[in-house]
Design a protein around this ligand. Structure first.
Ligand code: PHE
Length: 450
């Protein structure tokens, strides 16, 4: 009922919405700090290779599955498997996707809440002239306060639920159309500022100069894992957005546009952040605190730092928000179709479940910090379980299904590619061999880490 009739109002809106889903905390919070931790250029180079040989082909595969099935990820996979006389067990791809998006949103929304809180701090001028110690203290106090984390997490969830409950065109589409361009504009402004710091070439050098001695096996694995997370692959989000794609749209062109834009934003974020870090004589390898500890120190000491800090955190909120919408939608669509529920009801029921689980994630930074399994807090577990296990597994199954189980003619029909086209041959090669082998490799390594 729901998905078969829902459509984006144009192909470009789809590209924008999917890019909004892909661009998020992964690009602006995670990418710069894992690049910093892994020494820069060599890591970036490997990440780009992963994006091209695994990420792009899988993006095409997920969109084509979604558009072919035109239902929620579970029903889509079941329909396609049965239609081509394959086992209905392939619907596990959809189930895994929904579970991943449910779990990811439960912690993503907590971190998105941090960005909202930091926007308020920046507006209030709380970083101005603060000592590094005071800024670190501010962060520690913040995450030690369960009520603050819960309040911001709740706010993010309420707005996300509300927008999703308004529908695909009236809710998600409008929100993305309003937010994404502003986000890009703010990012460009910040890059402009970074150019003026005088440390832009240092940032550029750090990001692009490949020093392979700095890259270990762990870094290489992180590069591949991050390619999944940043492109929102295997969570059902892209498949779901693909289900709303008009039939005449070119999936290949759309995928290239989404992947290029996502990668472009990640690189621009690096180019905005590292020059600011270097200009203030701070270190690039600060880890997850790079955005919440190192940058505020820089904002506190630069000209118009209050303004730049505010713009930076607003940009982060907007980027995170277009991703939370994409994370909620697949589960909501599933609920609507499975229980014939109204969209509003589905959004509030599913959203409340995610909110509840999010409470556990928020508390794992303070009251429940001692609750650990295999030495990890609930938040760390949810992050590892999804990014290192569930997403690679989902991606592997998608590649195997599309590469070996779905008739090639069906894929090519959706992709609008002729059989002997070179792009088509590379794509099939990736689905059948390159992506599965690469994923099995990180999957095994990730199991070792857990
Ligand atoms: N790709 C998003 C980011 O980089 C996160 C995300 C994952 C969003 C999965 C939707 C689905 O932040």
């Amino acid at each position: 009922m729901n998905t078969t009739t829902n459509r984006w109002s144009s192909n470009w809106v789809f590209v924008l919405a999917a890019t909004g889903a892909a661009v998020g905390l992964g690009n602006i919070w995670k990418f710069p700090y894992i690049t910093g931790e892994n020494g820069g250029g060599a890591f970036v180079l490997l990440y780009l290779v992963c994006i091209v040989i695994v990420g792009l082909p899988l993006m095409m595969a997920e969109i084509l599955l979604g558009r072919r099935g035109r239902q929620n990820p579970v029903a889509t996979m079941k329909t396609l498997a049965l239609e081509h006389k394959r086992s209905r067990c392939w619907c596990i791809i959809g189930v895994l996707g929904l579970l991943s998006s449910f779990l990811i949103l439960s912690y993503y929304s907590v971190i998105a809440g941090w960005t909202l809180s930091y926007t308020v701090h920046a507006i209030n001028g709380d970083f101005t002239n603060a000592t590094p110690l005071a800024i670190i203290d501010l962060f520690q106090h913040f995450i030690a306060s369960p009520w603050q984390l819960l309040a911001w997490h709740s706010l993010i969830m309420i707005v996300t639920i509300w927008v999703v409950s308004c529908g695909v065109q009236k809710g998600i589409e409008r929100a993305v159309l309003g937010m994404f361009p502003i986000m890009v504009l703010l990012l460009l402004l910040l890059v402009g500022y970074a150019i003026k710091t005088g440390y832009f070439t240092a940032g550029l050098h750090f990001l692009l100069y490949p020093d392979f001695s700095m890259l270990g096996t762990q870094g290489a694995l992180q590069a591949l894992g991050h390619a999944f997370f940043t492109l929102s692959l295997a969570t059902g989000s892209i498949m779901m957005y693909g289900a709303y794609l008009p039939s005449n749209a070119s999936i290949t062109k759309a995928s290239i546009a989404i992947v290029t834009a996502d990668t472009g934003v990640a690189l621009l974020a690096g180019l905005a952040i590292f020059p600011i870090v270097f200009a203030n004589h701070l270190t690039a390898s600060a880890g997850p605190g790079l955005i919440f500890k190192t940058l505020p120190i820089a904002f506190g000491h630069m000209h118009y730092g209050r303004l730049w800090g505010t713009l930076f955190f607003i940009m982060l909120v907007l980027a995170a928000f277009t991703s939370t919408l994409a994370l909620l939608e697949p589960c909501v669509a599933w609920f609507i179709e499975r229980f014939h529920a109204s969209r509003t009801r589905a959004a509030w029921i599913i959203g409340s479940g995610i909110w509840l689980l999010g409470i556990a994630n928020a508390l794992s930074f303070n009251r429940w910090e001692h609750i650990r399994w295999l030495g990890q807090t609930l938040f760390q577990l949810a992050d590892h379980l999804t990014a290192n296990l569930m997403l690679p597994l989902g991606g592997l199954l998608i590649a195997l299904f599309v590469g070996w189980r779905l008739p090639t003619e069906v894929s090519l029909l959706e992709l609008q590619l002729p059989y002997h086209n070179r792009l088509c041959r590379i794509w099939r090669l990736s689905m059948r061999y390159i992506a599965p082998i690469a994923i099995v490799f990180i999957f095994v390594k990730a199991l070792e880490v857990l």
